[in-house]
Design a protein around this ligand. Sequence first.
Ligand SMILES: [Ca+2]
Ligand SMILES: [Ca+2]
Length: 144
Amino acid sequence: MPGFVGRKLVPPSIPNDYQLYPGVGYYKYHSNTLTFDEANKKCAEEGGHLAIINSEAEHQVIKSLVTKGTAYLGFHDQIKEGEFITIFGEPLAATGFTRWAPNQPDDAGGKEDCGTYWAGQGLNDIPCSIANFFVCEYDLAWAE
Ligand SMILES: [Ca+2]
Ligand SMILES: [Ca+2]
């Protein structure tokens, strides 16, 4: 996550094990599994954030990285049920990508509040306590 020094925004340096997708961003797929909060923290520790899809090009990157099961992305509806927002508090609808998997989000069992990308399907909400794969992103804008 970016930090502030005085009034100037100082982006973190690019994590060396993130892969560059030119014109899109830097990404790392984690095949070890963590809960949503743990994954969110892990990405931040690396200097990135849980990935947020903002374009079809970025969707294609995420799709290529998530080839099995689901992987956490940076959105959730933990504050108000049914109102999905990014980890930065922006409405999911404003990200530019809201293609849910068929019949999702379903808030199954009344306890699915964290966002994932479901391989070959699209976005899906799952329980935040599930240890799951996740994708971290380093914003291209931070590298400039
Ligand atoms: Ca929910
Ligand atoms: Ca679901």
